[in-house]
Design a protein around this ligand. Structure first.
Ligand code: ZN
Length: 300
């Protein structure tokens, strides 16, 4: 029975969403990436990341660069050839009692921050040939640490943004909640929920404003474990998390999508959710800048 459920889940993901993905090889490297169309329902990571950077008073130039990194996983991601795809990489779905069901966003988060081998000045042009890196999920087999350690602050910052994407994603219940048992709507209304978010993040209800006024951040110490914690906090099946309230509000409001739609209850809980995303993003940025001593802008 369990196998059947997993099969249905896998098929649902495989049938509905990967129509968006095509495989493409880049000339610059041997990495195979998945390319996605820009979709209206993509959660706006740049808005979240911007507020996180502003909290640390980073320069406009660095902020923009980190923001661009944070958007990238929704456009390009390493590769179908490694059996990664967007639905797998951008989610960490738990069932009841924190039982893992799907996804490995924690590994993408970790691998874009920390390389398997750290700095390697002598990396050849096809790092994927190195078997030990075959399952490294960092963009183009790189990671923030590699570039910071090479004193390439710009690329290190970009990776920090790229990594932040994954922890921001798992603050949203559809990215962390197994549709079973009895919550299939969280799968089928995932897209409409993100449309509603996009329509109410920097316009409509302006959910982002609450997060910008908030003064806290979460401390990141162990990237993979911290992402799992963030994911469980937003999971519908966690009685102590915030995901259940958000999703129950969204359901009783009839799955709204439009600007300014949704009840005050939904808006209140969604503001809380967006604040969670920003706090984790702040924590990720602080982790990178502390760890690699990157608070001061590099002189060019
Ligand atoms: Zn994503």
């Amino acid at each position: 029975m369990k196998i059947l459920l997993v099969l249905v889940l896998v098929l649902s993901f495989c049938l509905i969403l990967p129509v968006l993905a095509v495989t493409e090889s880049t000339a610059a490297s041997t990495a195979t990436v998945n390319k996605y169309k820009e979709n209206a329902f993509n959660f706006d990571h740049q808005a979240i990341t911007k507020v996180a950077c502003e909290f640390w008073s980073l320069s406009e130039e660095r902020t923009k660069n980190i923001m661009l990194g944070s958007r990238m996983p929704d456009i390009y991601q390493r590769g179908l050839s490694h059996l990664f795809n967007q639905q797998w990489s951008h989610g960490l779905l738990y069932g009841k009692n924190r039982t893992w069901r799907w996804g490995d966003a924690n590994e993408d988060f970790h691998d874009n921050l920390l390389g398997t081998k750290g700095i390697d000045q002598n990396r050849n042009s096809s790092p994927e040939d190195e078997t030990e890196n075959l399952f490294h999920e960092g963009w183009n087999n790189g990671s923030a640490d590699q570039f910071y350690l090479k004193d390439d602050q710009t690329t290190g910052d970009w990776y920090l943004g790229y990594a932040s994407h994954f922890i921001e994603d798992v603050t949203i219940p559809p990215h962390t909640t197994s549709p079973f048992p009895g919550r299939l709507d969280i799968l089928y209304h995932h897209a409409s929920f993100e449309v509603w978010l996009t329509n109410n993040l920097e316009k409509g209800h302006r959910l982002i404003d609450a997060a910008a006024l908030d003064n806290e951040y979460y401390i990141v110490t162990d990237p993979s474990e911290d992402l799992k914690r963030a994911a469980w906090n937003s999971c519908y099946w966690n009685e102590e998390g915030y995901g259940k309230e958000v999703w129950d509000n969204y359901v009783s409001d009839g799955y709204p999508t439009k600007e300014n739609s949704g009840s005050p209850e939904l808006v209140k809980n969604a503001k809380n959710m967006i604040t969670e995303a920003v706090r984790w993003s702040r924590g990720t940025i602080k982790w990178g800048l502390d760890q690699y001593n990157q608070w001061t802008d590099q002189q060019k």
